[in-house]
Design a protein around this ligand. Structure first.
Ligand code: BES
Ligand code: ZN
Length: 885
């Protein structure tokens, strides 16, 4: 069924609802093929809208209507009209009234995983953004807030656990049947997208949290029976998140219970339903032998993210879906701050910037570019993007940078005070920040409305005579689809000047004003900042801590970048200097067709020595040192090249540099490998995880030498691993090598983990990422593996997702075989799960930066796709990706 038409919706067309729904009483009888939903709605005309005589139009999709009763009177077919996507009741009272709607839906047939569906044998729901309309007819929009009471009924044996939002109020058996019920009440008004229910045979892992005001909250994580021993980390993460939000932002939890349910089939990572978060089980379940350090970090941050939504999203929600960044950008910012406070600020910042640059920068530079608050969309599901999330988080961070931590906190307090239980806009959020700070944030608003990554060019000139340093800054915001011309932005630019001996120089602006925090505010297209009393030529450290989501270019020479690599007191910029040095080397080499000379020459040797110096420096955190041993990825290099990209040349250049570094600093790497050997039982704490990261990064470069003894070391590493972090790191390294060692390890891993879906996903993923001339064939073989299924999103992401995002030489094979694989699989998935398919098709977004032959292949595959019958979701992605050219 075509669920909606393909016409874009516009922010400027927003109109408040004609009706409000203030109370909802649901009675849900769960059954696999026909779940019956009785919905009693307390509705009234919206007093803010002159409704007079308008029909009531409810959203609904894939529902079977059984009956409609208005104020106790059954309606007949002439009173209403059911269409694809809506139910219209032609005449309703001009005063409050009660509507009872009885419908059924089919959880078993729900392959989209939106609405009420079955994951294995568990009933669960996903309503954001527009899934509630697949459960019952409703005003399914975020500005309609209601108080829900939910009664769920199901078979006692197959669904002993029945959950919904809010607090439990009643439960019991239904006499002389095999069924039972549970009733839940959520006192906080919420939009329908935050509704959830769960029914199934689940094991409970209980705990408790006492809030700062002394209220007891019962915490429970529900998982498939037998998985109880994998919940401890998620539970600890939850309690840490709850404490942190109290301490850092003064936000306390507000219900008597907080439940988390882990399910195996989930389109996304997790969902913040009020009091009942539903998670992809890969973001809950962890045990040292099944989950890697990376998994532990993800679990901690996603548990935090969904919990933080309780205030930023649930208590204060979005007026419409154009405002998505209001909850997502802000909540990502909050989870990043949490991780930074809980672990290491600089390491977290490096990670966040890596993600921003690898996911958001290409989006902002390609055909799908859109502002943090898009002005229009065809399918909202396509707008859960890196721009809304990651750039949205950067925009919040810039506000914090401009207002200071305390100012930002006050602004957030005011926002909650003003808008509790309301559905609001980005303007409301920024107004709170403006009001507490007394600042005019009008120019700042452009971060929400202008797409494209600003290009900031900085050059420093030193005047030895006047002892001044002049920093000239210019900004260009590149054109993006639908936005040819841009206005200059307010860009917080954090800087430092470093003296010849590595000392931080005090900053004084020309008029004698000290600049203690080094924070400049760039507001013009071109601007000059002059610093006084600079005794000798300084080296500038620019965009410290990545103070704005921009592309920076400077007039620094390689020697100065090398100097920053060793001396910058800003840990982020010290790392950035190493990345910049490596990237420059790699892009030069790749432009030259993968010229090995360039990356094996003097500069490469200097880079290697600088990396070794930091990696050895035991005064630094191990996790931070490990970041220095990770070279820019192939996609990062391609992005910097920006045009005429030959993915094989990029791969060749990077491999050659890895080999060179491995050879050049082999001794240091060997020492690091040996000194950081695992001792004692596994612990996921940051220092232990950092040690493993450092050791595995060293191993990776050692193996890059190609030396047989290093390959033997990797084999031993795999064999001796006592945890999943080491095991999967070794397997990933081995999977890039030629036949026997690789196959032996992969077979061993498969034999051990074939019955553990989340671990088996890793087995699919490492193979899909392994670069080789036959990687497309490898991916195809895996697609027909008996354990592969297109129906499970985690498995699809493990194999197809890893191939398209982690194997650039495979995806971009010059004969087009990689594109064909993607198109054909996406097309098949599109038939039953459009959101999933559209997400995969996003991998075509950078096709225009490729060299002509690959570009032509990608284009023809896209054109073939455009000529097919596609879902609205995939149609939007394919047509926008093709553009007009
Ligand atoms: N609200 C989203 C989940 C969601 C996204 C539901 C899109 C429906 C459509 C949730 O808060 C979220 O953002 N989840 C992320 C993980 C998060 C840590 C960034 C996800 O699921 O990927
Ligand atoms: Zn979120």
């Amino acid at each position: 069924m075509q669920k909606s038409d393909r016409k874009p919706k516009f922010l400027k067309d927003y109109a408040p609802p004609d009706f409000l729904i203030e109370e909802v009483a649901l009675d849900v009888a769960l059954a696999p093929k026909a779940a019956r939903v009785v919905s009693r709605l307390r509705i009234r005309p919206n007093p803010k809208v002159a409704t007079g005589g308008k029909p009531l139009v409810l959203d609904g999709e894939d529902l079977t209507l059984e009956s409609l009763t208005l104020d106790g009177k059954m309606l007949s077919a002439v009173d209403y009209e059911v269409k694809d996507g809506s139910l219209t009741i032609k005449r309703v009272p001009a005063r409050p009234f009660t509507l009872e709607v009885i419908t059924t839906c089919d959880p078993e047939a729900n392959t989209e995983l939106s609405g009420l569906y079955l994951s294995r044998s568990t009933y669960c729901t996903q309503c954001e953004p527009e899934g509630f309309r697949r459960i019952t007819y409703f005003l399914d929009r975020p500005d309609v807030l209601a108080v829900y009471t939910v009664r769920i009924e199901a078979e006692r044996d197959t669904a002993p656990v029945l959950l919904s939002n809010g607090n439990p109020v009643a439960q019991g058996d239904i006499p002389s049947t095999n069924r039972h019920f549970a009733t839940w009440h959520d006192p906080f008004p919420k939009p329908s997208y935050l509704f959830a229910l769960v029914g199934g045979n689940l094991a409970a892992v209980p705990d408790e949290f006492v809030t700062q005001s002394g209220r007891k909250v019962a915490l429970t994580i529900y998982v498939e029976p037998g998985k109880e021993d994998r919940c401890a980390w998620a539970m600890e993460s939850l309690k840490r998140s709850m404490r942190w939000d109290e301490e850092r932002f003064g936000r306390e939890y507000d219900l008597d219970v907080f439940n988390i349910v882990a399910v195996s089939d989930f389109n996304m990572g997790a969902m913040e339903n009020k009091g009942l978060n539903i998670f992809n089980d890969k973001l809950v379940l962890a045990r040292p032998d099944t989950a890697s350090d990376g998994d532990y970090v993800s679990i901690e941050s996603v548990i935090a993210h969904e919990y933080f939504h309780n205030w930023t999203g649930d208590r204060v929600t979005c007026r419409d879906w154009f405002q998505l960044c209001l909850k997502e950008g802000l909540t990502v910012f909050r989870d990043q701050e949490f991780t930074g406070d809980t672990r290491s600020g600089p390491v977290e910042r490096i990670g966040a910037v890596r993600i921003l640059k690898s996911n958001q920068f290409p989006e902002d530079a390609g055909p799908l570019a859109h502002p943090v608050r898009p002005p229009s969309f065809i399918e909202i599901n396509n707008f859960y993007t890196a721009t809304v999330y990651e750039k949205g988080a950067e925009v919040c961070r810039m506000l914090q940078t401009l207002l200071g931590r305390e100012g930002f906190r006050k602004g957030l307090d005011l926002y909650f005070e003003r808008h509790d239980s309301e559905a609001v806009t980005v303007e409301d959020f920024v107004a709170a920040m403006a009001d507490v700070s007394g600042r005019d944030l009008k120019q700042f608003m452009r971060w929400y409305t202008q797409a494209g990554t600003p290009e900031l060019a900085c050059s420093l000139d030193y005047d030895a005579h006047a002892k001044t340093a002049r920093l000239t800054v210019s900004q260009i915001i590149p054109p993006t689809p639908g936005q040819a011309k841009k206005e200059p932005m307010l860009i917080p630019l954090k800087v430092g000047l470093i003296g010849a001996n590595g000392d931080e120089l005090p900053l004084t602006l020309a008029d004698g004003i000290p600049l203690a925090d080094g924070l400049l505010e760039v507001t013009e297209r071109e601007q000059v900042f002059e610093f006084q009393d600079i005794p000798t030529p300084p080296t500038p450290s620019l965009l410290r801590n990545f103070s704005a989501p921009v592309r920076l270019s400077t007039n620094l020479d390689p020697g100065q970048i090398e100097f920053l690599m060793a001396h910058d007191s800003d840990p982020f910029n010290r790392w950035q200097a190493a990345q910049t040095y490596a990237t420059n080397l790699l892009t030069d080499a790749a432009r030259d067709g993968g010229n090995i000379e360039r990356v094996t020459g003097k500069k490469a040797a200097r880079l290697a020595q600088a990396l070794a110096a930091t990696a050895r420096d035991s005064s630094l955190l191990t996790a931070y040192r490990a970041e220095f041993l990770k070279l820019p990825g192939e996609a990062d290099i391609a992005r910097e090249l920006a045009r005429n990209v030959d993915t094989d040349a990029v791969h060749g250049a990077r491999e050659a540099l890895r080999k060179k570094i491995g050879e050049e600093i082999r001794e240091t790497l060997t020492e690091l490998y040996e000194a950081n050997a695992e001792s004692g039982p596994y612990s996921p704490d940051p220092e232990s995880a950092g040690r493993r990261a450092l050791r595995n990064a060293a191993l990776d470069l050692l193996v890059a030498t190609g030396d047989a003894s290093e390959i033997a070391r990797a084999e031993r590493h795999y064999r001796d691993a006592t945890n999943m972090t080491d095991s999967i790191a070794a397997l990933a390294i081995l999977s890039h090598l030629a036949a026997p060692v690789r196959d032996k390890a992969l077979d061993h891993f498969y034999a051990r983990w074939q019955d553990e879906p989340l671990v088996l996903d890793k087995w699919f993923a490492v193979q899909a990422r392994a670069a080789s001339s036959s990687s497309v064939e490898t991916a195809r073989t895996l697609l027909s593996h008996p354990k592969f299924s297109l129906k499970n999103p985690n498995r699809v992401r493990a194999l197809i997702g890893s191939f398209i995002h982690g194997n650039p030489t495979g995806l971009n094979r010059p004969d087009g075989a990689g594109y064909q694989l993607l198109a054909e699989q996406a097309l098949e998935i599109d038939g039953f799960n459009p959101h999933m398919a559209a997400r995969l098709l996003g991998a075509f977004e950078s096709w225009r930066i490729l060299e002509p032959i690959r570009q032509a292949r990608a284009k023809s595959v896209l054109q073939d796709l455009a000529a097919r019958t596609l879902s609205t979701d995939s149609y939007e992605i394919v047509t926008k990706t093709l553009g007009d050219g």
